[in-house]
Design a protein around this ligand. Structure first.
Ligand code: SF4
Ligand code: MG
Length: 327
């Protein structure tokens, strides 16, 4: 994903003219490796879902490139994109809202097969039964309706539907956020198992750092439409670099009372993305804000191997890394 931007127009007045824009995703770049789980975290409204949907072109990006197998999919025509959708699936936060209440589970799960013209009716029926078993439900559930299932079961149905066309990349948009904590871990374990079994790659979006910690190989942190830090899971949790990441991590409850947790309290609310602060978007809340932060937007750069940060605190170390990597 390279330089991804998604701006939404704000319309106002009686004529409904454009009066401004929301920079929901503002110049985001990252790579997802085949077979990995990349977590993306941030508070609501930081642009993580919009990033996910823009990658799949469920909403059209304003700018930027998205390469899949070396091909820029933002340039594909409708027909080519339709074919590629087999490889790229999404699981939504609210399984209930994404399942048609008037359709049987069989119809819901087999819909992607029908759309892509895969198999005849008999083989599709068979495939639905297999998929339901794969996600821990039963073949006889196929004749039932969404309201007959619990939240966790409905998310299993959503997962079965995403798996139907043998995708390679699944964008998981807060798939467990609406579920009880006890059910969350069951669904996360299922998703990890399925990832191995079907050689999947996930972009796993969450607002909860503890969810992402469990499942991710690497984690990216977003703030106000920008990626502010991206690195390996252990690196991020053990030695976060960006002040926003540090604040997020300090807000996660520490189970061991002997373990010191220096809570960083962030002042104020997240500013509106329609009027983001100048320079570093985090500067209005950053405990370490410097003069340069108010005017210059920090670039997203490597501060160590496999560790990217957008923060002026590391401007010095950037050159050190550049020198040491030349050896
Ligand atoms: Fe804080 Fe400045 Fe770094 Fe932004 S660039 S996170 S304001 S220190
Ligand atoms: Mg969201």
């Amino acid at each position: 994903v390279k330089g991804l931007k998604k701006y939404f127009d704000i319309k106002g007045g009686v004529l409904g003219r454009k009066v401004g824009e929301v920079k929901a995703v503002d110049d985001v770049s990252f790579t997802v490796h085949e077979g990995e789980i990349l977590g993306i975290v941030g508070e609501s409204g930081c642009g993580k879902s919009t990033t996910g949907k823009s990658i799949l072109r469920l909403i059209e990006p304003t700018e930027g490139e998205v390469f899949f197998d070396g091909q820029d999919i933002t340039k594909l025509g409708d027909e080519e994109m339709r074919k590629l959708r087999r490889d790229l699936q999404i699981i939504f936060q609210d399984p209930y809202a994404s399942l048609n209440p008037r359709h049987t589970i069989e119809k819901i799960v087999s819909e992607p097969l029908l759309i892509h013209g895969i198999g005849d009716e008999k083989s599709r029926k068979q495939k639905v039964k297999e998929l339901l078993e794969v996600v821990g439900l039963n073949a006889f559930h196929a004749a039932r309706y969404p309201h007959q299932f619990s939240g966790g079961q409905r998310q299993r149905i959503g997962i079965a539907r995403a798996l139907a066309v043998n995708p390679r990349l699944i964008i998981c948009d807060e798939p467990v956020s609406a579920l009880d904590v006890s059910v969350q871990s069951q669904i996360l374990n299922l998703m990890e198992d399925l990832k191995k079994e079907f050689h999947l790659t996930y972009i796993f979006i969450a607002h909860d750092l503890s969810v992402v910690k469990h499942i991710s190989d690497r984690v990216g942190v977003m703030y106000l439409g920008r990626m502010v830090e991206l690195t390996g899971k252990d690196e991020l949790y053990d030695s976060p670099k960006h002040p926003y990441t540090k604040a997020l991590l300090s807000a996660v409850p520490v189970p061991d009372p002997d373990e010191k947790s220096e809570r960083v309290i962030l002042e104020g609310d997240v500013p509106s993305p329609s009027n983001p602060p100048s320079g570093c978007a985090f500067h209005t809340r950053c405990p370490e804000c410097m003069d340069v932060c108010k005017t210059e937007r920090p670039s997203f750069r490597a501060v160590a191997d496999n560790h990217f940060v957008a923060c002026h605190l590391y401007d010095e170390s950037l050159s050190e890394v550049a020198i040491t990597t030349e050896k």
